[in-house]
Design a protein around this ligand. Structure first.
Ligand code: 2IP
Ligand code: CA
Length: 376
């Protein structure tokens, strides 16, 4: 049983609850959204949003790790900067304080003195929400070497869908957009090899409960360490790899790339890098292909950990294309092409997934994809 995984799983649920409670109160929600600073802007978005929920979740994890596993504190990296500007133009560094009261006072500054909202948020951040690992799986999880590990967090992936708040549109089993595409991503990697060791993906808006008229979360995890793979994913149909022809991609991919894939696959545009990776892990799609520099290590680390535990992975797209492989690559070949999490790129943006990637559950799909794309 891994104490770290238990801590991160519980934390992901707390993060999900922070995300849900902010959305539940529309007045609070509108207060919390501010436009991202120019320098932080994602290449493709004209309007990208940083929410206080994002920053709060990230800093709450940092605080939590510091308390529970102090030796890991310096190895938690995330997407967001902790700086938040309120409507008075004051820059405030969001952090979780020792007491709920102190956190509420700090948040009140961010919220232009709205004490009620600040108290509500501080209460969720300091609440003790837990989510237990499945009792039948917990004993199978290997102990992880804490001193060699690093953590990547994307507190809220698919911020656009989080802000829009629509319930979502499905194509087959894949949501193309909407709140189910929002994920909290916490990935664990080995600081020496850079390879994923495990991950937790929490979908704060996984299911809408008609009776309570509230969203409930879903949490997925996987661990792959020293030859032991454990995960809580239940793939509905084991033969889906051959029947399923769905490949998920970003709507920002070029037309000719999409046309090539359509020769062999049903191409579905879905929002959220984390969600597309989760769709592959769940067997709702056979692969997620990203041909550009449009994602970051914090987007892929957590689901990469789950895919590894399932025997799949996330390989570098441009590099695998260059290999002209006509057969299923060997385990070693695939291992050498996995996206890593410890080395920044030499050019900016330093943590983007340079050259794109292919995420898969089953290595047998790789030659089929490469055959489709051989003329790119
Ligand atoms: C985004 C988000 C976008 C994704 C982009 C990510 O992260 O996942 O949806 O674009 O690559 O960086 P697309 O949906 O077109 O794949 P965030 O929402 O955290 O900025
Ligand atoms: Ca993201």
């Amino acid at each position: 049983m891994s104490e770290l995984l238990q801590i991160l799983l519980s934390f992901s649920e707390r993060a999900g609850e922070i995300a849900r409670s902010i959305r539940r109160e529309p007045k609070l929600f509108s207060l919390l959204v501010e436009e991202k600073g120019e320098t932080e802007k994602n290449q493709r978005f004209t309007h990208d949003f940083k929410t206080l929920a994002d920053v709060l979740i990230q800093e709450a994890l940092r605080h939590h790790i510091k308390t529970m596993i102090p030796s890991l504190e310096d190895y938690v990296q995330g997407e967001e900067s902790a700086e938040f500007t309120n409507t008075l133009g004051e820059k405030i560094t969001v952090k979780i304080c020792e007491t709920e009261k102190e956190t509420a006072n700090l948040l009140a500054k961010v919220l232009d003195g709205n004490a009620e909202a600040a108290e509500l948020l501080a209460a969720v951040v300091h609440s003790d929400i837990t989510l237990q690992l499945e009792t039948e799986l917990a004993p199978k999880i290997p102990e992880l070497p804490i001193n060699n590990l690093g953590i990547w967090i994307d507190p809220i992936d698919s911020t656009g869908e989080y802000v829009n708040g629509k319930s979502g549109v499905c194509q087959g089993k894949v949501y193309k957009s909407g709140l189910p595409c929002v994920t909290v991503l916490i990935g664990i990697y080995d600081r020496v090899s850079g390879l994923p060791v495990g991950g937790v993906v929490n979908q704060p808006f996984g299911v809408f409960d008609e009776e309570s008229q509230r969203w409930r979360g879903k949490a997925y995890w996987g661990v792959s360490h020293s030859g032991v793979n454990v995960h809580n994913i239940q793939v509905s149909s084991p033969s889906s790899e051959t029947e399923n022809k769905v490949v998920v991609i970003s709507s920002s991919e070029g037309v000719s790339f999409q046309e090539m894939l359509k020769k062999k696959f049903d191409v579905v545009h879905a929002t959220g890098a984390g969600y597309k990776l989760l769709s592959v892990a769940l067997g709702h799609a056979v692969a997620y292909i990203c041909s550009k520099n449009s994602t970051f290590r914090w987007d892929t680390a957590a689901p990469h950990g789950i895919l590894s535990a399932e025997g799949g992975g996330v390989v570098k797209y441009k590099e695998i294309l260059k290999r002209h492989l006509s057969q299923e690559p060997s385990r070693e070949e695939l291992q050498a092409l996995q996206v890593n999490y410890h080395k920044p790129n030499t050019a900016s943006p330093i943590w983007c997934n340079e050259g794109g990637f292919i995420a898969y559950r089953s290595p047998s799909i790789i030659p089929v994809i490469l055959d489709c794309l051989k003329d790119t």
